[in-house]
Design a protein around this ligand. Structure first.
Ligand code: ZN
Length: 239
């Protein structure tokens, strides 16, 4: 059973459920074929349930364990991670992320004045994967701005590639090691590397790009990823 198939089967659309009520869905074990009904929660509020933050970070929140044979299966579906303490809202949109994001933002016309007020002071992000969701949480925990982290990633990863010509990366995620900011880089073959942010890089990136990144004015969820940082960097290249 694949992730994609799962989230389509669940037929759960982001933001559709205003009250974020749990949704029942059928799941079939990929190992033993046992059919079960599971409950999907379209919102994780870690201000109300702080113990669930760890489960999101280690990915277990999005894993289903078959009660019959113990098989573990990933279940990614549209889900809002809400941390009011950090004024952080991250929407996991695993399927057709760009379209889902557009639809989600279009629904803001129906939001109450209070919700829009809250949105103005919140960092609102969309992510494609459970890994990216955990990455955004780690960045916020480190007290960093994910936009400057994405731009820093572009520099650090470019340096890494210079030392590893022909390297095929599967994913590149912000991760601290021994309190130092850096990147965990996963190769296509499943190998893992870690590259530190050079001393002072992040602060330099903040200085260099503050004018380009712009101030938050909208109340929309944004996809701040490698594609976003490439667009910023190419805009500057053209100036
Ligand atoms: Zn099973």
């Amino acid at each position: 059973m694949s992730l994609d198939k799962n989230s389509r089967d669940f037929d759960l659309k982001p933001g559709e459920n205003e009250q974020y009520k749990p949704v029942k869905a059928d799941i079939t074990c990929s190992s033993c074929g046992k059919k079960s009904e599971i409950t999907l929660r379209p919102c994780v509020n870690v201000s109300l349930h702080p113990e669930e933050k760890k489960m999101v970070l280690d990915g277990s929140f999005f894993v289903y364990t078959c009660p019959s044979c113990g098989e573990k299966m990933p279940i990614a579906y549209p889900c809002l991670y809400d941390d009011m303490g950090r004024a952080l809202m991250i929407y996991l949109l695993p399927d057709q992320t760009e379209e889902a994001l557009q639809q989600l933002n279009a629904q803001q016309s129906t939001w109450s004045a209070d919700m829009l007020k809250a949105a103005k002071v919140c960092t609102m992000r969309a992510v494609r994967t459970v890994d990216e969701l955990a990455e955004k949480i780690k960045i916020a925990d480190a007290g960093l701005d994910d936009r400057f982290v994405e731009l820093s990633k572009a520099f650090v990863f470019a340096q890494f590639l210079k030392q590893m010509p022909g390297f095929q990366a599967r994913k590149v995620l912000y991760e601290q090691q021994s309190g130092q900011d850096g990147l965990t880089i996963f190769s296509a073959e499943g190998k893992q590397y870690w590259a530190a942010f050079p001393e002072g890089l992040y602060d330099e990136v903040v200085r260099m790009f503050t004018d380009w990144v712009g101030k938050k004015e909208n109340t929309e969820y944004e996809l701040i990823d490698a594609g976003w940082s490439m667009r910023i960097l190419s805009t500057i290249g053209k100036e």
